[in-house]
Design a protein around this ligand. Structure first.
Ligand SMILES: Cc1cc2nc3c(=O)[nH]c(=O)nc-3n(C[C@H](O)[C@H](O)[C@H](O)COP(=O)(O)O)c2cc1C
Length: 181
């Protein structure tokens, strides 16, 4: 299995876009975009996400506290996706509005929802770590339409939206070219 085919096929599975935030050892706000977030269990309430081994941001969050917050981005927060997936991890909050209720992990303004959790376990799985967290609090925001990621692109979730036919046909052609190569 070559990595290009693996990536192209997995890109057919759409995900939401979240920013996992926490506070570093120097009380510095930190955050990184995570698409692999999922709900694991209702009772007890457990969530998980997968983070690349050696992630500077996650190592700093872990060193600061076991608490983290999953900020579910709304479709109006496209620009935050590049802010929280590139550049210096310690400058990402420089021009982002956020709140820290009870001095906990940062909650980015205007998200769809905020899910606060405490790390229960971390498990090494291939080149990623699985972070399993127990939910301690949840709150919903002003915008309930989330941002999504599919076909290697950010998409605005809209109940009436349809994928543009030409994009879909182009995608299918290039995917087949990779798979048949
Ligand atoms: C849409 C999208 C989804 C992403 N999902 C993940 C993910 O689930 N796990 C991960 O480790 N990185 C993911 N990333 C990449 C990280 O956000 C990026 O590598 C990280 O912010 C880099 O910071 P660091 O160098 O401090 O680790 C994603 C990026 C984007 C744009």
């Amino acid at each position: 299995m070559d990595q290009t085919s693996y990536r192209r096929v997995m890109a057919l599975w759409p995900t939401g876009v979240s920013v996992v935030t926490g506070i570093g050892p120097a009380q510095n706000p930190l955050g990184m975009v995570i698409g692999s977030f999922c709900s694991v269990s209702l009772a007890p309430p457990l969530i998980a996400f997968f983070v690349k081994k050696g992630s500077t941001t996650w190592e700093e969050i872990r060193a600061g506290s076991a608490q983290f917050c999953v900020n579910i981005l709304s479709r109006d927060q496209v620009e935050l996706c590049s802010v929280f997936s590139t550049g210096d991890p310690n400058r990402r909050f420089d021009s982002v509005d956020y709140d820290r209720p009870c001095d906990g992990p940062p909650q980015i303004a205007k998200c769809c929802a905020w899910i606060e959790a405490t790390t229960e376990t971390e498990q090494e799985l291939g080149d990623h770590l699985m972070i399993l967290g127990r939910v301690s609090a949840m709150r919903t925001g002003p915008n309930s339409l989330p941002l999504a990621f599919a076909h290697g692109r950010l998409c605005k979730v809209d109940p009436l939206a349809q994928i543009r036919e030409d994009h879909f046909l182009e995608w299918e052609k290039s995917l087949n070219a990779v798979l048949l190569a």
